[in-house]
Design a protein around this ligand. Structure first.
Ligand code: GDP
Length: 460
């Protein structure tokens, strides 16, 4: 069992909160916790598993009480990491959590690396690699639907599918190896046509997973969306109407001269990542003065464009300038201000704009917003239903491994059908197996593992 020492970390977000958790994992964690625990009746910490004990954390060197705490012990192997785990539930807030962490570090634990708890769960065989990655996705999930997809991955839906494919390919390899070692009279080797059928089945399963990849990617990463149109057509009113009804997560990505603000709106579970909406929210600021230049950039980076026009006003020159930028983009045409007499209709755009769907809205009367949301979901999933319930590949690493596996199997099938000798079938099949193994972590390099767990934060 992988277990270099006992690790500790603050496992809840830092900030002011009612409670916070310092977690320890490793063979020495119960011992370390006992050194720093004091119960009101001076009882020592019992090592009973899966019960909660009340007491204080104190510094054994100075005798100073640090915080009131509830301690739970989860003994190996019935724990997240399969090692002995102690969770110290103390008050939230930076000071108590830091002090509790420091005292356990001073008494024999070492600070955990990012993702090290989950890494131990993987290395100790409690979860496979795809499941470990699902933990990152659960922590980062943007909407209920993406959380659902990550949960299914954690429960092993993807791993089960990959293992089934692996078994099929493996069966074929065993048959081919046997055919090399024994002549056909000695052994019941399956005919090549049957081996082909098995490989075709594996090929189809991988293709299906890859076909749904785009949906999975959208759920995990969100669809980059921008709202464009000339000034005063109602872009910020529309954004606000969408925000009012939908949960919104704001993330800021540092790295440029000024932070790029991303807002994720969950439209019926589909995450729309709205880039740089600062200009829309505060039309007076300098960002907006960059005008058309700014919208050019956001259009070029977007997967989906909501193009807003004022339907009460004939098209301006500026509308046409925006239209020029929309070539080749997935566009939803929004005819806003439908409460006013109309000067522009859908037919106005027949020969000048290529778009997916058109929706009339009035942000003032709050009409058409719900329909717009339905249209967004339909356009994003290109009319494909049932995105919520299936096994989805949501992770780029898994996707590239699947592509490699598919190449291997396709090459093996070609060799098989061309009556080439067994070796020419076996070699690409081995590559395919290796790629499939990379997804669940059966074959993994140390670098790959390091890279994956580095995406976690400390304490996970
Ligand atoms: P932006 O410059 O494109 O972001 O446009 P705003 O959202 O700031 O709206 C410009 C003006 O149009 C404001 O006075 C809004 O109240 C008004 N407006 C926005 N949506 C509607 C609508 O659906 N109907 C009407 N009648 N006015 C609207």
């Amino acid at each position: 069992m992988y277990s270099p020492g006992t690790i500790a970390a603050i496992s809840t977000p830092l900030g002011t909160s009612g409670i916070g958790i310092v977690r320890l994992s490793g063979s020495d964690s119960i011992n370390i916790a006992s050194k720093v625990f004091l119960s009101p009746k001076r009882k020592t910490l019992s090592s009973k598993s899966h019960v909660i004990q009340y007491g204080y954390i104190f510094n054994p060197e100075t005798g100073k009480k640090i915080d009131e705490a509830l301690i739970s012990i989860m003994k190996s192997p019935r724990s997240y990491t399969r090692e002995d785990i102690v969770e110290i539930n103390c008050h939230g807030g930076i000071v108590p959590l830091r002090e509790v962490l420091e005292v356990v570090l001073a008494n024999g634990a070492r600070l955990a690396d990012p993702g090290e708890f989950t890494k131990r769960a993987f290395l100790n065989g409690r979860i496979d690699l795809a499941q470990a990655e699902a933990v990152i996705d659960i922590i980062n999930s943007r909407t209920e639907v993406s959380l659902g997809a990550a949960m299914r991955q954690l429960e092993g839906a993807l791993s089960t599918e990959i293992n089934k494919i692996t078994d099929k390919v493996f069966e074929v390899m065993v048959q081919l190896e046997a055919a090399i070692d024994f002549s056909e009279e000695d052994l019941n080797v399956l005919p090549r046509s049957e081996l082909s059928l098995k490989l075709e089945n594996a090929q189809r399963k991988i293709s299906n997973l890859l076909a749904d990849w785009e949906n999975g990617r959208i759920l995990r990463e969100g669809i980059r969306t921008t709202i464009v149109g000339r000034p005063n057509v109602g872009k910020s009113s529309l954004l606000n109407a969408l925000l009012r009804e939908n949960r919104c997560i704001v993330t800021s990505i540092p790295g440029t001269t000024r932070d790029i603000i991303e807002e994720t709106i969950s439209i019926k579970g589909v995450p729309l990542v709205m880039h740089d909406t600062a200009g829309l929210r505060h039309p007076q600021n300098e960002v907006e003065q960059l005008g058309i230049e700014l919208s050019k950039k956001s259009i070029s980076e977007a997967d989906l464009v909501l193009f807003v026009v004022d339907s009460s006003d004939p098209l301006h020159k500026e509308d046409k300038e925006v239209i020029k930028e929309l070539k080749g983009k997935r566009v939803i045409l929004v005819l806003n201000k439908s409460d006013l007499p109309s000067a522009v209709r859908e037919t106005t755009f027949k020969n000048i704009l290529c778009y997916e769907r058109c929706v009339s809205t009035s942000t003032i009367k709050e009409e058409g917003i719900n329909e717009l949301e339905d249209v967004v979901v339909e356009v994003v999933f290109s009319g494909k239903a049932g995105h919520a319930g299936e096994t989805l590949v949501t992770n780029r690493r898994h996707k590239s491994s699947l592509v490699k596996a598919l190449e291997g199997i396709t090459e093996a099938l070609r060799a098989l059908k061309n009556e080439e000798s067994e070796e020419f079938v076996i070699v690409p099949l081995k590559d395919a197996l290796e790629s499939l193994g990379e997804i669940v972590g059966k074959v993994t390099s140390e670098d790959l593992i390091e890279g994956i767990f580095a995406q976690f934060c400390i304490g996970k």
